[in-house]
Design a protein. Structure first.
Length: 300
């Protein structure tokens, strides 16, 4: 089938009649009818049966449209992108982000960015690190922002900022540790969520091993905000990233960065051959500013 024939068949399939399909496509009814008949002749089977004034899809039509569904979804996205690019300051950004940054940092950055770039549209997907890299390689995303992404021969990356792991705990559980929480105070404690997936999951583990510190990992999760919320509900201790800690503040709980510092990087990542668009680069500058502003706030 030619693409135009497939478009006509899809319109008739969606709207149920020649006249409705013609109106949707902005063409004449005879043109739709003629193209549909040619498509059926080329295929060698009927796609629709007339019943009570409506064209009812045959089983063959249903099977064909199931296969064509992804194609028309992609064409719809292409049309949106083309329409946005036709306007000054337009564009479409398919952004992948780790869940911790999606809680608060990304909404802040998007709201600020869209004041100056109101025509830019977004698709935002939250994934863990392995899925972010896979989605980039499979071209499901244009841009990803992740914690310490590992090197990959097909991907380009650039560091934007640094972050830290912090300890969240109920008020009064530990003597006042000062500005930084001594890692040794976790020794022989029950700790929630310290083995998070991704590159920063090893930061705490390696630091504890180097100092001979052991603790009991009561729950192991892949998402820091689950660890944060579970610790609040159980009045337990957890080690999470600072961005989750800020987003999940709760009365009766304290959080502190650790001593020694447990740092990680925040980077944007793209395919090597597909560098960020002008709109995407502008968004990255906004996101970097939001990160800087939030990190500048006093840790309380």
């Amino acid at each position: 089938m030619r693409l135009r024939q497939l478009e006509i068949v899809h319109a008739v399939y969606q709207h149920g009649s020649i006249s409705a399909a013609a109106r949707a496509l902005g063409v004449s009814q005879p043109s739709v009818s003629k193209t549909l008949h040619h498509a059926e002749d080329n295929l060698g089977f009927r796609l629709f049966q007339l019943s009570r004034g409506r064209l009812i899809p045959t089983d063959e039509a249903h099977a064909l449209m199931r296969e064509a569904g992804d194609l028309f979804d992609r064409l719809g996205t292409l049309q949106i992108t083309a329409r946005n690019l036709s306007h000054s300051g337009g564009g479409h950004i398919r952004l992948g982000i780790v869940p911790s940054l999606a809680l608060d940092m990304v909404p802040q950055a998007m709201a600020l960015f869209r004041r100056d770039w109101p025509r830019v549209t977004f698709e935002v997907h939250t994934h863990h690190h392995d899925d972010l890299l896979r989605s980039l390689i499979e071209r499901e995303l244009d841009l990803a922002i992740a914690y310490t992404p590992p090197p990959h021969p097909r991907l380009a990356r650039e560091v934007m900022a640094e972050g830290e792991l912090v300890v969240q705990y109920p008020d009064g559980m530990f003597p006042d540790p000062g500005a930084r929480f001594p890692l040794e105070q976790l020794a022989d404690r029950d700790v929630i969520g310290v083995a998070a997936a991704g590159p920063i999951g090893a930061v705490l583990t390696e630091a504890a091993r180097a100092r001979g510190i052991t603790f009991r990992e009561t729950v192991s999760v892949q998402t820091f905000f689950i660890a944060a919320r579970l610790a609040q509900l159980e009045r337990g201790v957890t080690v999470i990233d600072e961005f989750t800690a800020r987003a999940w503040r709760a009365p009766g709980f304290t959080w502190r960065p650790t001593s020694p510092p447990l740092r990680f990087t925040i980077s944007w990542v793209t395919l090597e051959e597909r560098q960020p668009s002008r709109a995407a680069r502008a968004f990255l500058r906004t996101f970097e500013q939001v990160l800087e502003d939030n990190r500048a706030k006093a840790i309380t």
